[in-house]
Design a protein around this ligand. Sequence first.
Ligand code: ADP
Length: 266
Amino acid sequence: MTNDFLSPDIIKDRLRTEFIGREIRYFDETGSTNDIAKELARKGALEGLLVLAETQTSGRGRLGRVWQSPPGGIWLSLILRPRLAPQEAPKLTFIGAIAVATAIRNLGLDAKIKWPNDVLVSNRKICGILTEMESETDVLHYVVVGIGINANFNKDKLPAEIQKTATTLKSELKESVNRNEFITCLLNEFERSYLVFLEKGFSPILEEWKELSCILNEDVRVYMDNRIIDGKAIDVDQASGALILKLDNGSFEKIFSGDVSIRRQK
Ligand code: ADP
């Protein structure tokens, strides 16, 4: 992996963005890029600041679940300061997922998005996105969008139980990718979608997202905190980003958080 190094200078040189990734804080190793980004945001860091690490020792998923972050991956967090109501912040996860899926598709892989926040290749998780925010009643102070991509390591670097459901760019392509180029493409795409969102609202984003979704029109099972629901994933709610299910009994239900899996016909 001699040529595989992360370089903030190369990334900044090649970016075509106005503000996303214009300032980069790089770490060989950190606990969690989201934690660093939140600390910087609290101290007043500007919109677009990127925190990037070669490895994370305590990467997190939703609900405090562990996110494995070995060396060779792409572990980054972006600080955003949109003028939105706090309940709109989850929509930024959709922008992150579109940007990641597009960057992966540029490598020739058929990346798909699984609601709410995973990007899959060959039906296996290659990326997770964790959006966190700080707000007060109706004022959003900042949002941190954390993106973790299994890039230049083979999936045998992940714990055995995760290998069954995960994949990596290297495992799929049988070679390493140029991470600096990949990140540049991801950030360009992120800013493009983010600006569309701020100027035109969520509707065009949702349209793009739907094109990339692998669960719409599928029979799914949703695991929630205290129950499991079966139904067909028919749409995503424009106002909230919730998944709309048509249940097997004909009624409709909006899902705000949960883990979705596709029910395959036997
Ligand atoms: P996120 O929302 O960030 O994807 P999740 O809670 O959905 O967070 O994902 C965390 C879960 O993903 C873990 O419980 C584990 O099963 C799995 N996981 C952890 N690390 C990885 C990884 N590097 N690649 C794929 N799956 C992972």
